[in-house]
Write a protein that binds this ligand. Sequence first.
Ligand SMILES: *Cc1c(COP(=O)(O)O)cnc(C)c1O
Length: 316
Amino acid sequence: MFEQVLAAKKRLNSHANKTPVLTSQTLNTLLGAEVFFKCENFQKIGAFKFRGAFNCISQLSAQEKKRGIIAFSSGNHAQAVALVGNMLGIKTTIVMPNNAPKIKLAATKGYGAKVVIYNTETEIREEVTAAIQQQHGYSLIAPFDNKHVIAGQGTAALELFEKITDLDMLLVPCGGGGLLSGSAISAKSINPNCQVIGIEPEQADDATQSFYSGKLHSIPNPKTIADGTRTTSLGHLTFPLIQKYVDAMKTVSEQAIIEAVKFHMLRMKIVVEPSGALGLAALLSHSVKAQGKIGVIISGGNIDPATLVQILENKI
Ligand SMILES: *Cc1c(COP(=O)(O)O)cnc(C)c1O
């Protein structure tokens, strides 16, 4: 699998941003550890999802590209597929929930994709998507359960290890597990001693339950501010990869996530969306004990301005 991450890195070379690795002296002093943040909030579309989408879509056949692509997503995957579709001149349809953040909806439309809205209470997104897909012969670009997507997502951690090889620990947000499995493949191939820990909201702890029980758990419509992790369950590809390469799963409270978004903004001067702040939330709330050199993947920065204001004014 690591060969596929290395191949993805070559494919992404002149297309994806090489995102910065940032540190905070205040945080290091507070925790008595060294934390290195891989800032995918500075990736194209504001999240790591550009990596997986580009790696996957650029490998479609000429015929598949001609027919068009479709994806379902609460946000960042939608923007990623829409942007890559636009870059490669492919007709793109995105199926989005009626509760998707406005900023993500607007950005997806802005990249020229056709957006189809579904109702989360009454419709199942897979069914809505499959109907349109079958009608037009579009290729479905899965948000996480696809080997090319997983390999693409693994390139963010790969870049982090190229800068700092001797990390003791790597913290990665987990929704459907594409980012976590890709990151874990990179981490264990480069530095097998690095502990890879997946972080989830308490309210969406399906992957944590699956990891510790060995059986795939699912949580329909999980209620968490971390909208990037509102997936129902891990996938059939990501679950076994996580069981094989990940050392532990930890959860964080909604309050811890909010505190972490605030810390990123006020102390580090960077805009991080709730899902992107899960790693810092785990450290600040001591869900993960800070020790040695810690890598943290900040997965994205696409937060609704109104939500950010509410967080900064202590209104949620
Ligand atoms: C998609 C997403 C996640 C979760 O990634 P998975 O590959 O589904 O586990 C986390 N954070 C952000 C910002 C995301 O967009």
